[in-house]
Design a protein around this ligand. Structure first.
Ligand SMILES: NC(=O)c1ccc[n+]([C@@H]2O[C@H](COP(=O)([O-])OP(=O)(O)OC[C@H]3O[C@@H](n4cnc5c(N)ncnc54)[C@H](O)[C@@H]3O)[C@@H](O)[C@H]2O)c1
Length: 330
């Protein structure tokens, strides 16, 4: 039986993929510090370690004692818009933690590591983004992902560490943290609906995104364990939504669940206006097919969210407050 170690096992991707692997005969070791995910999302069958990846001794201990064949490195703090205000935290959590994981993969003979980068590496780019487009990240989160991508390339050349990179965008589904005020727009709207608050939109809402349900990622992720050495794949939905359209859809589903949310427009945020990717490569090589029905996914998320305990919606300890958006001021 193959042992697969997943970092970020309590998060959206980790919780869903660990269940998939467990149901398909793998032994799963999970690491998470529960900074952005919940213990209740970790499947009972996971050999779970509550470890902060910043602590390299702890990371090494887990690798030494569990001897994983493959590693999926999902752990990160993926609050792109917040990242300029938490640069140190962003680079510690998303770059230094990744270095600790890569070191351990090399030192403990892991056969392959699969890393989730992000569409953020393309910056404003030229949508739909293809994998070979120049990488021009526009915020510290995207820069962190870009740095880890380059580091993996080097680790393969110098130490023979095999890897694949996935660049997802706007993934949604159950086990998503909907209590974080800084990220996951659909999740934020679901929480706001349930709390009787209006759905908030930054700026005029004409921004364009494409939302995909996590459930369509499972088989392609599994295939990457043994296929396509050193390759990078975009993964996500082809159907684009304006933020206004997506908010109206969440409001519609919310009404089906007995909520009556309004919609308010807040100060414009410094963000890429139109961002979506081309997924031809993942379709052709990994058999990826996105069949997201966003309305159905949002319904599933509402049903799941209503069964969860309320969590705190905390403010971050900002490292920079200069030019902080009014809606994030404490
Ligand atoms: N969800 C998306 O739309 C999306 C899009 C592009 C890229 N990604 C990337 O995919 C990966 C998974 O995303 P997700 O949506 O599942 O995020 P998530 O926040 O739901 O899960 C990440 C998990 O990592 C854990 N974690 C964070 N820092 C840690 C640390 N220092 N030590 C140990 N655990 C730590 C968190 O507690 C959380 O449970 C991330 O790398 C993210 O950048 C996600």
């Amino acid at each position: 039986m193959k042992t697969v170690l997943i970092t970020g096992v309590a998060g959206l991707l980790g919780a869903n993929f660990s269940k998939y692997l467990l149901n398909n005969g793998y032994n799963v070791v999970g690491i998470d510090d529960l900074s952005g995910g919940f213990k209740s999302s970790v499947d009972e069958r996971v050999d779970f370690y509550e470890v902060d990846l910043k602590d390299h001794d702890d990371v090494d201990r887990v690798f030494r004692s569990t001897d994983p064949d493959y590693v999926y490195h999902f752990a990160a703090y993926a609050a792109e818009g917040l990242s300029p205000y938490i640069r140190r935290y962003n680079y510690m959590n998303n770059v230094v933690c990744s270095a600790n994981v890569i070191n351990a993969c090399i030192n403990f003979g892991v056969q392959k590591v699969i890393f989730t980068s992000s569409m953020a590496v393309y910056g404003e780019g030229n949508p739909p983004f293809t994998e070979d487009q120049p990488q021009t990240p526009e915020d510290p989160y995207g820069i962190a992902k870009y740095a880890v991508e380059m580091d993996l390339k080097l680790a393969k050349e110098q130490f023979g560490l095999d890897y694949s990179i996935v660049r997802p965008h706007n993934v949604v589904g159950t086990y998503q943290n909907i209590w974080d005020r800084y990220r996951n727009v659909i999740g934020i709207w679901i929480r706001q609906s349930m709390r009787g608050e209006p759905l908030t939109i930054f700026g005029d809402g004409t921004q364009v995104r494409a939302f995909s349900d996590i459930k369509f990622y499972m088989e392609p992720f599994e295939r990457l364990m043994t296929e396509y050495s050193g390759e990078t794949f975009n993964i996500g939905a082809d159907k684009e939504w304006t933020i206004n359209e997506a908010a109206n859809l969440v409001a519609k589903v919310a009404r089906d669940f007995g909520y009556e949310p309004g919609i308010v427009h807040l100060e414009k945020r410094n963000e890429v206006h139109t961002a979506y990717s081309d997924h031809t490569k993942a379709k052709n090589l990994l058999g990826f097919q996105d069949d997201t029905n966003l309305e159905e996914t949002i319904k599933e998320m509402f049903t799941w969210a209503e069964a969860q305990p309320a969590h705190e919606v905390a403010y971050f300890d900002y490292e920079i407050e200069k030019n902080l958006y009014s809606f994030w001021k404490k």
